[in-house]
Design a protein around this ligand. Sequence first.
Ligand code: GLU
Length: 557
Amino acid sequence: MITNKQIADAIFPNITLTIEDLEKKYPLRNLVAGAEVTRFAPSPTGFLHTGSLFTSMICRKVATQSNGVFFIRLEDTDMKREIAGSGERLIEQLKIFDVVPDEGYFGDYEEGNYGPYIQSKRSEIYHTVIKYLLEIGLAYPCFCTPEEVEAIREEQEKLKVNPGYYGQFAKYRNISNEERYQRIINGERYVIRFRSEGNHENKIKVTDLIRGEFEIAENDQDIVICKSDGLPTYHFAHVVDDHFMRTTTVIRGEEWVASLPIHVQIFDAIGWNKPNYAHLPVIMKLDENTGNKRKLSKRLDSEAAVSYFIEDGYYPKALIMYLMTIANSNFEEWILKNNFEHMEDFIFNLNKMSLDGALFDMGKLNFFARELFAKLNKDEITLFAKHYADKYAPELAKRINYNPHYFAEIMNIDREKINPRKDYEKFGNVLDIIGYFYQDLYEAEVAKGLPFNDRFTKEDLIEALVAIKNNLSCEQDEQAWFNSLKEIGAKLNYATNTKEYKANPAAYKGNIGDLAEILRITLTARKNAPNLYSVMKVLGKDESDRRINHVCSLLVK
Ligand code: GLU
């Protein structure tokens, strides 16, 4: 008679390790009481999704605030879906957002005592556990061909019962060890399945740190734990890895709630303690066409990919801060009170998370982005812009690198003061905002026509501009500069006092605001621009005069 042990040896002749060996090799972590061990476990199958940044940020936070450990594990067992280089890219992108693990997979290297942290290198560990399950009869090889699987599905459809591989439909569950042995010796292809003792009619109680305790149907499927290529499935690898890596808190997307009964069953069958689970709600978005909530979609929404924010020149911390408002509803008030600083002191709480999928709100992200950019000093913002532009925005890079000092002065307008301007939310569109400081972009704007108030004739405009050119210097402080502008206005009959002007507008050509607007439009080709004195100072007298001449020459044409 062939024993389970003989089957296990026939399948894994080279596995000599035991579960006890592994327990010794990966001992319980020596951490302070309450320390949480969290992990982010991406698959290298594409780009970093905004939802994954959300998850990993929370994992990082939970570990940090409990003096625990956050590690990254690369889940690369689906060779067919793997995209070369995406694992490394994911790590690089997380780093941009300051989500850096304490141990695990770092892209081009691994570090830590609980590795390997790349699943494809962990076969010996999985096989050791599977060999044990085979020996105790909790796993068996299944030789189903695709045709047999299809036949089972058809029969279940006919009988109107649940689909899947379970109970009476589990064709290879109860064949004899003799038959198993023979098929293995014959070189037939097989997968290895977990033998479920569960019943779909039974409800089990599970606990989730966000949802609390709830009931869910027990698993009755004999799920595949090892594929025919020898690699484990997600369900099995999750249990084995989070056990031997000593994860205390599994934080993952809510799409995994449905398979929780499988994971619980495997943990219990082997007799291992289960980690705590927190299944995070998915980030949603209001569909512009239907007006309904839907998941952020890779296909439809550029903001579903973290790369979008990087390539569009967002300040990484702004996205993290925004995501934290989704994670904990009390965060927003907290960070406003703390003047957008020391986010690390905020105590995050998994049970303060809302279960409704939060709506991704670009407007709110932009609010954080503007606030944070406004807090940077001129060197910090210039450096950020330069790094960004050198990598992603050649037009901008050309201009910054040609004259970094000039760019820094532009960035410094109305900055480093109590109420700084909040102009910038990202650098992807910054030339739309500051382009007029550059001659070619300025002239292109002017060529489209200038928005002067048509109350003023060409002669009025030229008269005002020439007077300004001849008499207004920006080599003085702002108050003196403004007084000069008023004097120029007074001579040309622009009211310098709003009250007087309002009392009798017909007596004047306009008021001082009109005069400033004429100058503003001339220098910037737009009606809205920051502080005119600063703009003129950054442009310099020569360039300001040149612009006045340019506009006057167009006006006389
Ligand atoms: N590799 C899985 C995924 O990318 C990980 C899920 C988990 O965190 O356990 O969805």
